[in-house]
Design a protein around this ligand. Structure first.
Ligand SMILES: Nc1ncnc2c1ncn2[C@@H]1O[C@H](COP(=O)(O)OP(=O)(O)OP(=O)(O)O)[C@@H](O)[C@H]1O
Ligand SMILES: [Mg+2]
Length: 273
């Protein structure tokens, strides 16, 4: 039929093809964006559970102290000590809620700011200890300057580090030796973060697959989006996320420029405008 009706008809048909393909691409992109959001929400759900659990302890402490204070006639200085304990329980709850709030926010539209790397790493480790209290792994933080600043959205780079540390915790669950080491270095104009763990490593035939969206070996518990989301975040900064194949232990390395390039800032602004 196409041959019979000539070129005009053919051009119309192929134009329709391109439109259909573009539409399909748009749908795939929308689905990926939606699944990124779903995965963020799933992570939030897990975190909320950990937080509920963690907050329960200080609340219990406060209730018991309250009962003690009400029922017993005790000297004023003993009362003061109990009130101090209550204060500490309240501070603990406040800091847990603050950590959850800073990571739960969808910060992708925040402006990039100068973020203190050492503080960011500390916050992520605190959060990990809060949401995975039963994982008694040693989390070692290497020497790092407290002056190192990186221009980024804290929630995004925090999420990347969090994903890597949570993966490391999963990887060492059944190991005898259980440690995770986080290191930060300045390499020229870049900041380099690395997360190393004492797990059994990534099987060589899987190394090329682990960053693909939805690839997971954690049947039932993993979405397989942690690494692909992390990679897309750091690539937006003009950085990279890679497995260090020269390391004896499993080691993931994130590199991002310390400063957002002027052209990147301009395209960011166009994108978010
Ligand atoms: N530190 C690690 N050691 C060994 N294997 C790892 C490590 N980090 C990731 N992997 C492998 O890469 C896969 C993909 O990781 P990714 O973070 O993308 O998804 P996930 O952890 O399976 O799921 P989710 O992040 O949604 O919980 C994991 O299922 C695991 O097989
Ligand atoms: Mg993961």
């Amino acid at each position: 039929l196409r041959r019979m009706t000539g070129d005009g008809e053919q051009i119309i048909l192929s134009a329709l093809d391109v439109e259909a393909q573009k539409e399909a691409e748009r749908q795939v992109q929308a689905a990926f964006a939606q699944s990124q959001e779903n995965s963020r929400l799933a992570a939030l759900g897990t975190m909320a559970l950990g937080v509920a659990h963690e907050i329960n302890n200080p609340l219990q402490v406060m209730r018991n102290l309250g009962t003690l204070l009400r029922e017993s006639a005790m000297p004023v200085n003993s009362q003061a000590r109990l009130l101090d304990k209550m204060d500490r329980a309240v501070s603990r709850i406040t800091s847990i809620v603050a950590a959850l709030r800073s990571f739960a926010r969808d910060g992708h539209a925040d402006p990039a700011a100068l973020v203190n790397v050492k503080e960011l790493v500390t916050e992520v480790v605190d959060l990990v200890r809060t949401v995975r209290p039963k994982d008694d792994a040693q989390i070692l933080i290497g020497e790092m300057s407290d002056q190192l600043l990186v221009e980024c959205r804290e929630t995004e780079i925090g999420q990347v580090l969090l994903n890597l540390v949570l993966n490391a915790l999963d990887a060492i669950r059944d190991s005898n030796e259980r440690w995770i080491r986080i290191e930060v270095a300045e390499v020229g104009e870049d900041a380099e973060f690395s997360v190393t763990d004492s797990g059994t490593g990534i099987p060589p035939d899987l190394v090329d697959k682990i960053m693909l969206p939805f690839f997971t070996t954690k049947t039932g518990t993993g979405t397989g989006l942690g690494l692909s989301i992390s990679r897309s975040i750091v690539e937006r900064y003009g950085g990279s996320l890679a497995v260090d194949l020269t390391s004896a232990q499993t080691r993931f390395v994130v590199r991002i420029p310390k400063r957002v390039a002027a052209s990147a800032t301009a395209s960011e602004q166009r994108r978010t405008a």
